[in-house]
Design a protein around this ligand. Structure first.
Ligand code: AMP
Length: 581
């Protein structure tokens, strides 16, 4: 039985076990999510040993949801959301209705009444924000058209969930009697009052955020930024994210995820706060991990043995029903196959909202207790299956998508990433076209070296298009992207991205593919440089060292400075023969 565990032990044991099992999963080449979920089951009340308090861990997980949604809001403008409303609003509502119907079908097979079926179906119809966002983040899709579509869809699901949560108590009586012989007087008054109050609060929240928040929040952050204290600035950002989310929930009855999303969206309009805010979210990932641990904690594995058939049906509703519904709707709205498959895979799972709805439904006596186990079981299985769904979607896309005729460009709104293998040879491959990559690219073009850039940020892609530079769109760490870059025929590879972990993956794969290729990579600190050299980079440039060298060089040009003494050694060339191959 669960017993009270102090907060610190929950954090330490939850995160520690997630770390160990996540690493193990990674080593076995499965998603670390499996490790996190398993960690939750291990510290949960249904397995022996330490028992984490599910209430504590759920609250910690909510901090993860807040920070994640805040981060997503930072990359999202209100304009995007408004521009998409004609698509996402009907699309998400049709999908929720279809998914609810599928859920009702299963409820019918289980012998439950229509009222129970509606609540059960609704619980299964909304996807987990965290699972979707992680999938988008991993694939660097947050700022693509597909990413925006998915996020807009999630926002609508979120609003619908809030409405359902509020209306459910008012409708409980009617739902209980639905499908039975009893006739319950429908209290239209109570229902419309609840609906009006909720919509009123939601509107009030949006108005307050747009008129007050939009002016006040950036102003506070800019003021703090000018105090020069990084610590205070981070504190301010954290206060805004958590504070708005909390206020949204407490004062306006809006979900905390939605509140955090709005807080981020408001900051996205002010460039300084946005940049700094991005830097100030280091805890986001750790708390998001706790979300998966919390799902594991709640899960009672015995349901697999107790009700295998029912569980299989519910899983089918989530994966095939939800995923399929999204796929067909996206197709019907005229999007390409790849987008429909991608979104279908992304929405073929359920998570936090399902648990909340299920808990409320059970609390109101609208659903039997074992519905919770089925919903949790289906959630955990669908989250585990999610990476495979993406892989399946990718395979179906490759099979189903005709190769575009050469020279035929797709319409901009329906663009898929460009991944045609390059025809270049003797070329330089440049990963990253940001502050560093653009200068490297300019230099290479000036020297007349054929250039192929690998990029995944939409703005950088736009620039590459305008400049007429050959590029591949995607993550440089993706094997297919590197293959399309024809590394065996390239003369040199520049890895000009700031993130050492991904840079290491790129260098490792490139080195494995072409032992003799000259690889120049970028790092910030010595440890990163070591990491990159270990994977086979010939030369690693540490940005900070180069700044120091340039500063000294300028200083030495002054007559009152001594003649150049020993400059720091030139950047970190590994002896070429120290590199494999
Ligand atoms: P900067 O730090 O300003 O030089 O920008 C780095 C650039 O590299 C940005 O434009 C990113 O979009 C891009 N970038 C970062 N990671 C990757 C990656 N794994 N694959 C492709 N492009 C990347």
């Amino acid at each position: 039985m669960p017993h009270e565990s102090p907060l610190i032990s929950v954090i330490v044991i939850g995160l520690g076990l997630a770390f160990v099992l996540g690493t193990l999963a990674q080593r076995l080449r499965i998603s670390p999510l499996v490790g996190y979920l398993l960690a939750g089951v291990v510290v949960g009340p249904f397995t022996p040993g330490f028992v984490a308090d599910p209430r504590l861990i759920l609250q910690l997980a909510e901090i993860g949801v807040i920070l994640l949604m805040f981060g997503v809001g930072l990359h999202f403008s209100a304009k995007d959301l408004i521009a998409m409303r004609a698509i996402i609003l009907p699309a998400a509502i049709i999908q929720i209705s279809l998914s609810t119907l599928f859920g009702m079908g299963v409820a019918f097979l289980l012998g439950w009444s229509a009222g129970v079926g509606i609540v059960f179906g609704l619980s299964l119809s909304v996807a987990s924000t965290i699972v979707m966002l992680r999938a988008l983040q991993e694939r660097r899709m947050l700022e693509t058209d597909r990413g925006r579509l998915a996020i807009g869809w999630l926002v609508v699901q979120d609003i619908v969930t809030v409405l359902v949560l509020v209306l459910l108590p008012a409708l409980a009586g009617v739902l209980k009697d639905l499908g039975t012989d009893q006739v319950h007087a429908v209290n239209i008054d109570a229902i419309s009052r609840a609906l009006a109050i909720t919509l009123g609060k939601l509107t009030a929240f949006v108005i307050v955020m747009f008129f007050l928040g939009r002016r006040l929040i950036p102003r506070i952050l800019h003021y703090i930024a000018h105090t020069g204290s990084r610590e205070l600035f981070r504190l301010a950002v954290l206060t805004v994210a958590l504070g708005v989310a909390f206020a949204a929930a407490e004062l306006f009855g809006v979900s905390i995820a939605l509140g955090a999303f709005f807080a981020g969206m408001i900051l996205s309009e002010s460039p300084l706060s946005q940049r700094a805010a991005e830097e100030s979210l280091p805890f986001r990932d750790a708390f998001a991990v706790l979300f998966f641990v919390s799902v594991g904690v709640l899960f009672n594995p015995s349901v697999i043995l107790r009700e295998p058939v029912a569980l299989a049906l519910v899983v089918a509703v989530v994966i095939i029903g939800n995923g399929g519904a999204v796929y067909f709707i996206v197709r019907k709205f005229g999007y390409p196959l790849g987008t429909a498959l991608f979104l279908g895979a992304g929405f073929a799972q359920t998570g936090e909202f399902s648990f909340i709805l299920a808990n409320l439904g059970i609390g109101l006596g609208l659903m039997p207790e074992n519905a919770r186990d089925l919903i949790l079981g289906a959630s955990i299985i669908s989250i585990l299956a999610n990476p495979f769904m993406f892989a399946l979607a990718e395979r179906l896309r490759r099979r189903g998508e005709p190769q575009p005729a050469p020279g035929v460009e797709e319409a901009p709104a329906k663009q898929e990433p460009v991944l045609e293998p390059t025809g270049l040879s003797g070329h330089a491959v440049l990963v990253g076209y940001g502050r560093v990559g653009r200068l490297v690219g300019d230099g290479l073009r000036h020297d007349g070296v054929p250039l192929l850039v690998i990029e995944n940020a939409p703005e950088a892609i736009r620039l590459l298009r305008n400049q007429g530079v050959a590029f591949l769109e995607g993550n440089g760490a993706d094997k297919r992207v590197l293959q399309a870059a024809n590394l065996p025929a390239a003369r040199i590879l520049f890895v000009a991205i700031p993130e050492a972990f991904e840079a290491g993956q790129i260098v490792e794969q490139a080195r494995r593919a072409v032992p003799g290729l000259h690889i120049i990579a970028r790092a910030h600190i010595e440890a990163e440089a070591d990491h990159l050299r270990q994977f086979g980079a010939n030369t690693v440039i540490i940005g900070e060292h180069e700044i120091a060298r340039a500063m000294l060089a300028f200083a030495h040009q002054r007559p009152d400075m001594a003649a150049p003494a020993a400059l720091p050694p030139a950047s970190n060339d590994a002896a070429p023969d120290a590199v494999p191959g």
